[in-house]
Write a protein that binds this ligand. Structure first.
Ligand SMILES: [Mg+2]
Length: 303
C-alpha cells in the first residue's frame, strides 16, 4: 500500500468517530464473498459475517449492499442477525430492510427490446450462461477457456451492441461477462443514498469489478468525508482511492470501522496500514489473465 492510500484510510476513519450515521456501502460478489460458478453458494469469507453483525449492532452505521444481483438474493446469502437494505440490479432496484421493494420504471421501447433478446437467448445462449434480470439480459463466460470466452463475447456483442442503440439501453461490461440493461448504475445508487443522508455524512464504497467504477467515481465526487476502495486480489487501473486485497484487507477494514465508530480505542496510528499490507503488496502487482479469473477456495462462513 502506498503512503497516500494509508493516509486516505486514516483520514476517513478519523471522520467516523463523531459521525451520527456513517454509510458503509458494499458490493457482494468478489468483495464480501468469493466467486462461485453456482452463485447461490457464494457465502461471505470467514469472519466477515461476525464483523458485519458487530457493525449492525452499533446502531449508528447504515450498512447497505449494492449489487448487480437481484436484491432479493443477498440477505439469504449474508445471513446477518438483521436484514440489510440492498440496492440490486446495479442500482435499479431498492429493497428496504423492512421488505419494501422499488423498481425504477423503464421506457417501453427498452423493455420491448429486452423481451426480444430474452426470447432469442433462451433458445440459444451463444455458448455462454444467459441470465435474465427484470431490467437486463446478461451473458456470463466465467469458467470458460480464454478461446471460448472470446468467442462468446464476440457473438454476444454482435447481438447486444446494435440493441444498445435503443433509447434507455446501455452496455455494462464486467469481468467475465456483459450486460445489456436499463436503469440507474451503482454510481447513481450512491448519489441517491447520499442525497437522502444528513449533510457531511461519511461514505465509503467497497467493490471489485468494472461495474464498481461508477460507484468509485460517485464517492470521489462527494464533499462528504469519503473513501473508495477497490477490493481485489490483483491491482488494476481504477478510480478507487485505495486498493485492499480480500479477504484479509476486508477484515482489517471492517475491524478498523468497528474501532473507529465504537470509540473503544482510537483509530490506528497514521500509516499503520502500510505496515499491515507491505508484505502482500510487492508480490501481486501484475494483473490477472483476461477471462480466466479463478474460482478460489478461501474459507467461507458456512450457514
Ligand atoms: Mg463484485
Amino acid at each position: 500500500m502506498e503512503q497516500k492510500e494509508a493516509e486516505r484510510l486514516d483520514c476517513f476513519f478519523h471522520s467516523l468517530q463523531f459521525a451520527k450515521s456513517p454509510l458503509l456501502l458494499l458490493d457482494y460478489d468478489g468483495t464480501l464473498a468469493d466467486f462461485r460458478i453456482d452463485r447461490f453458494t457464494a457465502r461471505p469469507w470467514s469472519g466477515v459475517r461476525g464483523l458485519l453483525n458487530a457493525i449492525q449492532r452499533d446502531n449508528r452505521t447504515r450498512l447497505m449492499v449494492i449489487t448487480g444481483r437481484p436484491a432479493g438474493e443477498i440477505n439469504s446469502l449474508l445471513q446477518l442477525d438483521a436484514p440489510v437494505e440492498v440496492w440490486g440490479l446495479h442500482g435499479a432496484e431498492r429493497l428496504h430492510a423492512d421488505g419494501r421493494r422499488e423498481l425504477e420504471p423503464a421506457p417501453p421501447d427498452a423493455l420491448a427490446k429486452l423481451d426480444e433478446l430474452r426470447e432469442k437467448l433462451r433458445h440459444d445462449a451463444l455458448g455462454g450462461l444467459f441470465e435474465d434480470k427484470p431490467n437486463a439480459v446478461v451473458m456470463h463466460w466465467r469458467g470458460h477457456s480464454p478461446r471460448q470466452a472470446k468467442l462468446i463475447e464476440e457473438r454476444t456483442r454482435a447481438l447486444f451492441e446494435p440493441a444498445a442503440q435503443v433509447s434507455g439501453l446501455s452496455l455494462l461490461p464486467f469481468e467475465s461477462g456483459i450486460e445489456l440493461r436499463v436503469g440507474r448504475d451503482k454510481g447513481g445508487a450512491i448519489e441517491a443514498i447520499v442525497e437522502q443522508a444528513p449533510p457531511g455524512t461519511p461514505v465509503t464504497y467497497l467493490g471489485d469489478d468494472l461495474t464498481d467504477e461508477s460507484a468509485f467515481s460517485a464517492v470521489n465526487r462527494m464533499h462528504n468525508p469519503h473513501v473508495s476502495v477497490l477490493m481485489r486480489r490483483f491491482r488494476r487501473p481504477t478510480a478507487a482511492e485505495v486498493w485492499l486485497q480480500p479477504p484479509e484487507g476486508l477484515r482489517c477494514f471492517l475491524k478498523e470501522w468497528i474501532n473507529a465508530v465504537s470509540g473503544v480505542k482510537p483509530a490506528r496510528g497514521r500509516f499503520a496500514w502500510i505496515e499491515t499490507f507491505a508484505k502482500t503488496d510487492s508480490s501481486v502487482v501484475a494483473d490477472e489473465p483476461p477471462y480466466a479469473r479463478e474460482i478460489t477456495t478461501n474459507p467461507i462462513d458456512v450457514g
